[in-house]
Design a protein around this ligand. Structure first.
Ligand code: GRF
Length: 201
């Protein structure tokens, strides 16, 4: 499947996808294009290094709708079949979601439905949970609310800081995202309302 990745910053999850593709772990994934919405995003360097085309579409000077239409235009032109949001910090319009229904994958650093939104680690620590983790899910119109593909728990220690928790969870994100993407691209994911069934081999 032709995959487009959307990122806003560091792009370590994008790197995990690149590494998995290069090592043959994701045979049904072709990383075709990176789209970033922030000028200095380090994800761009990763794309350059690995010969993946990239495009910067800034969101600052556009309405949500205009931005999404620009991105959709590019994705269609590139025949992108599946999209991964890898640290893409922007909400997409319902029109965008609808154009790629059940073909947009997101990674989120908490055990959803707990702590959706941009401050998952901070919110988890503030709440006092003993376990957090990460979730790979399909994207619907809500914020981090789509059907769940996979989750991995991590223990939250007494001394945990936002940074230490983020680092701890990130390791599992990097393992989980390529696996979830491979499942999606190999047609093993069956969506039944909120429930996802994963076909066995
Ligand atoms: C990750 O923790 C991801 O779950 C969240 O934003 C962070 C992005 O990190 N949505 P990176 O850009 O992939 O390094």
């Amino acid at each position: 499947m032709r995959v487009g990745v959307m990122a806003s910053g560091r792009g370590s999850n994008f790197q995990a996808l690149i590494d998995a593709a290069e090592s043959g772990e994701t045979p049904d994934v072709e990383l075709v294009h990176l789209i970033v919405n922030k000028k200095g995003a380090y994800a761009i360097q990763r794309a350059k290094k690995h010969g993946i085309e990239h495009t910067l579409i800034t969101s600052d000077d556009k309405t949500r709708r205009e931005f999404d239409q620009d991105v959709l235009g590019l994705l269609k032109k590139q025949n992108i079949e599946v999209i991964v949001l890898a640290g893409f910090m922007r909400i997409l319009t319902p029109e965008f979601i609808d154009a790629y229904r059940n073909r947009i994958l997101n990674i989120h650093p908490s055990l959803l439905p707990s702590f959706p939104g941009a401050h998952a680690h901070r919110d988890a620590i503030k709440y006092g949970v003993k376990v957090s983790g990460c979730t790979a899910h399909l994207v619907d119109e809500g914020i981090d609310s789509g059907p769940i593909i996979m989750q991995t728990p991590v223990t939250v220690s007494e001394e945990e800081t936002e940074e230490s928790l983020a680092n701890k969870i990130l390791e599992y994100e990097h393992q989980m995202l390529p696996k979830a993407l491979q499942l999606l691209c190999s047609g093993k994911i069956i969506v039944n309302g909120r429930h996802i069934e994963i076909k066995s081999d």
